[in-house]
Design a protein around this ligand. Structure first.
Ligand SMILES: Nc1ncnc2c1ncn2[C@@H]1O[C@H](COP(=O)(O)OP(=O)(O)O)[C@@H](O)[C@H]1O
Ligand SMILES: CC(C)(COP(=O)(O)O)[C@@H](O)C(=O)NCCC(=O)O
Ligand SMILES: [Mn+2]
Length: 820
């Protein structure tokens, strides 16, 4: 994958990117969802697994990406300093990849074969051997497949693709797929009661035993006791039989016919067709009918149960010791009515003891369990995590359009990818299930007091008014953002097309989420803000605010020396206050806030900075400065011991970091505290990235010995052109100033997934300073840490100011939470 021309932005290995260079909209530009062609994208695919069911073919494939990160000197020194070694980590040759989910109707097997062929998924042999040295060679390729069709279509696969299908046990696959999802994917399982969907966080240690009910063409009920440990309770591979299995459990019916009568369907042929279909292959219209029929059957069954007074002893025995019942299979398809009916029945017959839960990847359990070649799914190393992203991937990108028909939630709107010649149109319904990204290097921030209780988002978007407000704000920002993004790519026709496609894609996501806020998992403001950045990246806008950041950096560096002189003329106490005021005042440089952007027309950067500083009036709306000051300077004669290491989460480029955070860092260094500047791995709004910081520190260090020595000690100045007038060799007594990347590319930060270098740096830290509205207010405002924490931000949004601090726009927050 070639990086964008003329751009040296570091791409984090943990966030692989598509090569969207020369991306172009294909076909009619006025179309609602134009297709974008990516001629330079080479999908580097590892392998796939199939579940060929009676109704649907489910395909899961893993695409891998080479590590794109530059192993720069900063990182090497940092690794030495923080004692990070790869020794104790499982080292994969690949540092990232994606898991894709695609489905086809079973009678369109040829489309499925075309899809596999056009993506060369069957040639995964080479890549596959990286994961599994025993994998067969290309000449004798084997694809793992489960489901009845694995037998039925074996010859067709051999003939069309030259591959053999390696048949896997269906139950085994369902169970490992379910276990993987439940262990590895946050917000996979949810309850659905009376139209209300709620995600459930499941403690890995409390997962087993559970009951898995997979409702596909047939129904399977499996009691799962652990990885690979399960017992099939009921169900058959044949649909009608399993109606009966479930029916027997839920009603007093003694015969299948009675059950059918009860359902008042009177159309036995439909049921017979369903039965016959699985291994025989029937046409889809009949299966479509079966779906609604089955829904009715279930509905009646459950209704019937309501009046049934008999205790179903079998069922009681079954549910003994089972905490939860998970429902999978494409029959459910996110239908609110189906889920509510099932939930009601489960609750009813268990007298409220058992709870029905649904899975977002409901239909892909079997395929997921088919051991696709990739990092072992069932045996997840703690440092490997899967993250869901809701952007289109593939050879072409279609600006996605929400597809859910009314009355459905989640995975409605079914559409399969179709193949035209050598290119493919993407599956619009893929919007509903994100591509899972393998992010091997992200981990939980070790200083979180209680990771299980941690909730990054402060604002609850399940409040409809709140959701509407933020959607409006983001929609209103869109035209400006597109202009900036297009300009950042030289304003070419190609950039304009991509800008247009970005706007369509992001608007489509917003519309989809407005309709079904939980469509992509639990939704918080941080997710919305990250989604915007992800969409920009998807359309190859690497850094929309690049020139703004540069301009503000230059203007701020020009007055940096004067600021230091002013600070150095003060007493220690005044200086500390001025430094904190400086951080708060400089946080006004925020291109994500409408109000602030309007302000920037009113003066130069330095004028606005001065104005903001002059307005700093204590007490701030949240003002713990005095407690912080006492910790830093003590009271009376008592001189407290300085902190050992401080992590400074920096925010915006320009004044924010240069005139706000750097002088504060310098003060800490002067007091003997090691300082780690923590910055984004990827650009987001006008936030500074970890790649950009060393150059800025080097520039600032030209004006300041403290910074220079510390930066040298931290290995930041290896390449920089620093004045060496007063040779500081032998003067290694300075505590180090370091820079680490945080692992994200968003204005907010979810501390459950930070880079391993940040996690390593955190181990010896006893002070963290979170700065900015995104990192300290939208997220982490309520976060508790295992060390002292200082949260600093200016509130640049009136509504948030009212909600959060009962104050007004431009009020400030200085929240200090000592470990005590
Ligand atoms: N587009 C569709 N085509 C066919 N069946 C569908 C479709 N969407 C949902 N379904 C439902 O999903 C069921 C198949 O579920 P699935 O888990 O894929 O089972 P299988 O592996 O047996 O095909 C069908 O019986 C039907 O009820
Ligand atoms: C995107 C932001 C979180 C960035 O703030 P920062 O972290 O840079 O202080 C913030 O600008 C924001 O919440 N904007 C909301 C939209 C608005 O008020 O216009
Ligand atoms: Mn910011």
């Amino acid at each position: 994958m070639a990086p964008v021309t003329g751009n040296s932005i570091h791409r984090s290995g943990s966030r692989p990117q598509l090569d969207l260079s020369k991306a172009a909209i294909q076909g009619n530009f006025e179309e609602r969802d134009p297709t974008i062609l990516l001629p330079n994208q080479s999908d580097d695919l590892s392998h796939l697994a199939l579940d060929i069911g009676g109704s649907l073919i489910k395909l899961v494939y893993f695409s891998r990406h080479e590590d794109q990160s530059i192993d720069d000197k900063r990182k090497k020194t940092l690794k030495e300093r923080l004692g990070i070694s790869n020794g104790n980590r499982r080292s994969y040759p690949i540092l990232g990849g994606r898991l894709h989910f695609v489905k086809f109707e079973a009678h369109k097997i040829n489309e499925c074969l075309d899809f596999i062929y056009s993506k060369q998924l069957h040639r995964g042999g080479m890549d596959a051997r990286i994961w599994n040295p025993d994998a067969p060679t290309n000449e004798n390729s084997v694809i793992k497949a489960t489901g009845g069709g694995a037998y039925k279509f074996a010859d067709l696969f051999k003939e069309r693709l030259g591959v053999s299908l390696d048949k896997e046990d269906e139950m085994n696959c369902l169970v490992s797929g379910a276990n993987f999802l439940l262990k590895a994917i946050r917000h996979e399982a949810f309850t659905h009661m009376e139209g209300h969907k709620e995600f459930v966080q499941i403690d890995q240690n409390e997962l087993f035993p559970y009951l898995l009910v997979n409702i596909g063409s047939g129904v399977n009920m499996i009691k799962v006791d652990g990885d690979g440990k399960f017992q099939r309770i009921s169900g058959t591979n044949v649909g009608g039989g399993t109606y009966w299995g479930l029916g027997k459990l839920l009603t007093k019916c003694k015969s299948f016919d009675e059950l059918l009568e009860l359902s008042q369907l009177g159309d036995n042929s439909t049921i017979d067709m369903l039965v016959g279909d699985i291994y025989g292959g029937m046409d889809y219209s009949k299966i479509g009918l079966s779906a609604s029929t089955m829904l009715q059957v279930l509905g009646k069954l459950f209704q019937k149960t309501r009046s049934s007074r008999t205790t179903i002893s079998y069922l009681n025995a079954l549910r003994f010791g089972l905490k939860r019942i998970f429902f999978g299979g494409f029959f459910i398809r996110g239908h609110a009515y189906t889920m509510d009916t099932i939930s009601f029945a489960v609750q009813f017959w268990s007298k409220g003891d058992a709870q029905a839960m649904f899975l977002r990847h409901e239909g892909f359990l079997g395929a997921l369990g088919g051991k696709i070649h990739g990092p072992p799914l069932g045996d997840l190393n703690e440092k490997i995590s899967w993250m869901e992203k809701f952007v289109r991937k593939g050879t072409e990108i279609t600006a996605p359009v929400p597809m859910a028909p009314p009355g459905t939630t989640g995975l409605g709107g079914f559409e399969v990818p179709s193949s035209k010649g050598g290119t493919l149109r993407s599956d619009a319904s893929a919007l509903n299930i994100g591509v899972l990204h393998l992010v091997p290097t992200l981990e939980v921030f070790p200083l979180l007091a209680d990771p299980k209780m941690y909730e990054p988002n402060t604002i609850d978007l399940s409040d409809h008014g709140e959701l509407e407000y933020w959607f409006t704000v983001l929609s209103e920002h869109l035209p400006d953002l597109v202009d900036k993004a297009v300009a950042s790519e030289g304003g070419t026709d190609d950039a304009k097309r991509r800008g247009d496609a970005f706007a369509r894609a992001f608007s489509a996501h917003l519309a989809r989420l407005m309709e079904e806020p939980a469509a992509y998992g639990k939704l918080g403001l941080a997710n919305l803000l990250e989604l915007r950045e992800e969409c920009l990246r998807e359309f190859q806008f690497v850094d929309a605010y690049r020139s703004i950041k540069q301009r503000e950096n230059e203007a701020s560096l020009a007055v940096f020396a004067d600021l230091l002189m002013e600070l150095d003329s003060m007493t220690e106490e005044t200086r500390l206050l001025t430094l904190i005021e400086g951080v708060l005042a400089a946080n006004i440089f925020d291109w994500g806030s409408r109000a602030c952007v309007d302000l920037y027309h009113k003066g130069t950067i330095i004028e606005i900075y001065r104005m903001s500083r002059n307005k700093m009036q204590r007490p701030w709306r949240v003002d713990d400065f005095d407690v912080f000051k006492e910790r830093m300077l003590g009271s009376g004669d008592k001189k407290p011991r300085p902190h050992k290491r401080a992590l400074l989460f920096v925010d915006n480029a320009g004044a924010d970091v240069i005139l706000g955070m750097l002088p504060l860092a310098r003060e800490l260094l002067r007091r003997g505290t090691e300082v780690v500047l923590v910055a984004n791995s990827l650009p987001a709004l006008n936030d500074l990235t970890a790649m950009e910081l060393p150059e800025i520190v080097a520039e600032a260090a030209k004006h300041c010995d403290i910074l220079r020595r510390a930066a040298e000690a931290g290995g930041l100045l290896v390449d920089a052109m620093v004045s060496t007038l007063d040779d500081c060799k032998g003067n290694s007594s300075s505590v180090p100033l370091m820079v680490v990347e945080n692992g994200c590319g968003s204005p907010c930060i979810d501390l459950r997934q930070v880079s391993s270098e940040l996690a390593a740096a955190a181990k010896e830290a006893d002070l963290i300073i979170l700065e900015g509205m995104g990192r300290a207010l939208h997220t982490n405002f309520n976060a508790r840490f295992k060390c002292d924490a200082l949260k600093l931000a200016m509130v640049k949004n009136q509504r948030l100011a009212e909600k959060l601090i009962k104050g007004n726009i431009y009020d400030c927050v200085c929240r200090y939470e000592p470990l005590s």
